[in-house]
Design a binder for this molecule. Structure first.
Ligand SMILES: [Zn+2]
Length: 145
């Protein structure tokens, strides 16, 4: 399966049209919700629809939980990925690749938003998340390639 096919399959699993409105499935509360700003946060890192994978309610909840877990999580991240060579170089390469793979979002990243502190923070966070999740994907799905 190519990454594109994988992404499409993933997209169709979590999106549907109901009464003419596109709905998105929140994996966390197992609920279909209309995909709009009332139910989902805009998520710049999104690889598909531009919205966060979890609904607003769940985001709020997990933000609360994450606060207490974050410390542990990031030390785990550090243990795994620190010392893999020049981190800055890896980050640059990764952001370049990301730009190539996500042309539709690059305008934003290249614009004022991307240069702002919050833009940089988003980008860094996205790459950290991806690094963590990539691990899951590679062991479960990508190995079959
Ligand atoms: Zn939810």
């Amino acid at each position: 399966m190519t990454r594109d096919e994988y992404n499409k399959q993933r997209y169709s699993k979590s999106h549907r049209i109901n009464n003419g409105k596109e709905e998105k499935y929140c994996n966390n509360c197992k609920t279909w919700k209309v995909m709009n700003l009332d139910n989902f946060y805009v998520w710049k890192q999104s690889k598909s629809d531009g919205f966060h994978p979890q609904c607003k309610e769940c985001c709020k909840e997990s933000a609360r939980i994450n606060k207490s877990n974050n410390k542990e999580r990031y030390s785990e991240y550090d243990r795994q990925y620190r010392g893999r060579g020049n981190n800055k170089e890896i980050m640059n390469e990764r952001s370049r690749q990301w730009m190539v793979n996500h042309k539709e979002y690059t305008k934003e990243f290249r614009g004022a938003w991307g240069r702002s502190e919050i833009g940089k923070a988003w980008m860094l966070n996205w790459m950290n998340e991806r690094e963590l999740h990539q691990h899951d994907i590679s062991t479960k799905e990508w190995k079959a390639k």
